[in-house]
Design a protein around this ligand. Structure first.
Ligand SMILES: Cc1ncc(COP(=O)(O)O)c(C=O)c1O
Length: 440
């Protein structure tokens, strides 16, 4: 192995050893973050940090001002309602009409502590609605925390990598799980973390149709809301809209995160949107855990109450103000985050010009969108080894291995923390890597 690497070889080697990990490339996101922090401190060199999906943009002032105002009005001393404050529920209902073109009454628009609390609550409630349906189905690759949620809940789950089951092939694959009769929900993110695939209308139709046929709740995680930049999704009330399974089934719960689309991750303010149809459905088995067999009621006064008795008061006003500004056409949140797509296009080209390949590269026959993440591989490398080797070149990412992907040769790269001023460094380091690892 060539030791003339952009970051001092011996220091990187030493820091990797210090982690005590058998295979550093299999480390979790937070383990890689810690390791790279340590190397940066020891060498004084800045990495191209692509391991963690944190927003790299400023939060909108309209949200901050509304929060400050709420605090000044003395809300810190008051318990918020569990289901969320009225103005947030109303703006959320408008927001899904404006940007998804779906009708959901404010009652089903619930405030959650980040969208992650939403998925946690939904796993709990959906998993208790029918005694026979004790298993969740996750479409991989996925955000590893969702599996972690099911593990800590002690709930069963199955998962499959969708890579080989795009388009029509998805029908048979999904049905092979659903027909066993034990699946209570299907969860996926769209756009997808880590691969940035976006399901096509055909695929969403298949998911919705099968959810109806087998009475399964679709948990659609829209953490990267309106961030498929191939279309202009930024105009409230005008097509095209963010794609959603809600067009094909009434059996849905959506999670809308403010973390990425509104650069508001720190305030942990998300939304769970339960369809009107599902909200009022009765499931007698819920009575084993809740005072009511109505799903929406059990969700709010059973699960969300038990988890945190609602969400912090002031961030709800912050989110409500941002949604209102977006709904009224006064704040174009999509324009703000379009920067991620532009960065991705430039960075992907730098990688492919230097011998790398894009792993998940198509939505059926269409080239993938440029967005928050992309996936890469390098000839003759397994992902975990590639990650470790790239650390010597001042580049960090995470292995697809930890996301349930079968494409174990791949890495996930996140563009959010890379500023354009780092592009020359990235290019130089990739050139060096390519020079040291010639592709035959
Ligand atoms: C797919 C997916 N879902 C959920 C989340 C977390 O969202 P929130 O910050 O709203 O809890 C993330 C964050 O990275 C994500 O990638």
């Amino acid at each position: 192995m060539n030791k003339d690497t952009p970051i001092d070889f011996k220091t990187v080697e030493g820091k990797i050893k210090e982690t005590g990990l058998e295979k550093v490339g299999r480390g979790t996101i937070r383990e890689i973050v810690k390791l790279v922090n340590d190397i940066e401190t020891a060498t004084g060199k800045k990495y191209i940090r692509m391991e963690m999906g944190v927003p790299g943009l400023e939060p909108p002032s309209v949200g901050i001002e509304a929060e400050i105002d709420a605090l000044r009005r003395g809300l810190a001393s008051k318990y918020p309602m569990i289901e969320g404050v009225a103005s947030l529920k109303e703006e959320a209902s408008r927001f899904v009409k404006m940007f998804l073109n779906i009708d959901v009454s404010p009652r089903g628009c619930l405030s959650t502590v980040g969208s992650l609390q939403g998925s946690f609550a939904a796993f709990i409630t959906a998993g208790r609605r029918d005694e026979k349906k004790d298993t969740a189905l996750l479409i991989d690759p996925c955000f590893p925390v969702h599996k972690q949620q099911l593990k800590v809940l002690g709930q069963k789950f199955e998962a499959f990598d969708v890579y080989n089951y795009r388009g029509d092939k998805l029908y048979e694959k999904l049905e092979s799980y659903l027909k066993k009769g034990n699946i209570n929900c299907i969860l996926y993110s769209n756009p997808n973390n880590p691969s940035w695939i976006c399901f096509t209308e055909k695929e969403l139709n298949i998911i919705g149709e099968l959810a109806n046929k087998y009475d399964v709740v679709v948990l659609e995680d829209l953490a990267y809301f309106c961030m498929d930049f191939r279309k202009d999704l930024s105009k409230p009330g005008e097509p095209p809209y963010q794609s959603t399974v809600a067009n094909y089934t009434g059996n849905y719960i959506l999670f809308i995160s403010s973390s990425k689309s509104f650069s508001y991750a720190g305030q942990r303010s998300g939304l769970m949107i339960i369809s009107d149809e599902l909200y009022q459905r009765r499931f007698p088995d819920l009575k084993r855990y809740y005072s009511s067999d109505i799903l929406g009621y059990a969700m709010v006064y059973g699960t969300l109450y038990a988890l945190s008795a609602g969400t912090s008061h002031s961030p709800q006003y912050g989110l409500a103000a941002m949604l209102k500004a977006a709904n009224d056409g006064e704040y174009n949140f999509v324009e703000d985050v379009r920067e991620y797509g532009e960065r991705a296009a430039i960075m992907k080209k730098m990688f492919t010009d230097n011998g790398f390949q894009i792993v998940y590269d198509k939505d059926e026959d269409k080239p993938l969108a440029d967005g928050f993440y992309f996936t890469i591989s390098y000839p003759a490398f397994e992902g975990v080894d590639l990650l470790e080797r790239l650390l010597y070149y001042g580049i960090s990412a995470i292995s697809l291995d930890i996301t349930g992907s079968e494409r174990t040769e791949g890495l996930r790269a996140c563009v959010s923390q890379i500023s354009r001023s780092q592009f020359p460094d990235l290019e130089y380091r990739l050139k060096k890597f390519n020079e040291h690892h010639p592709v035959s």
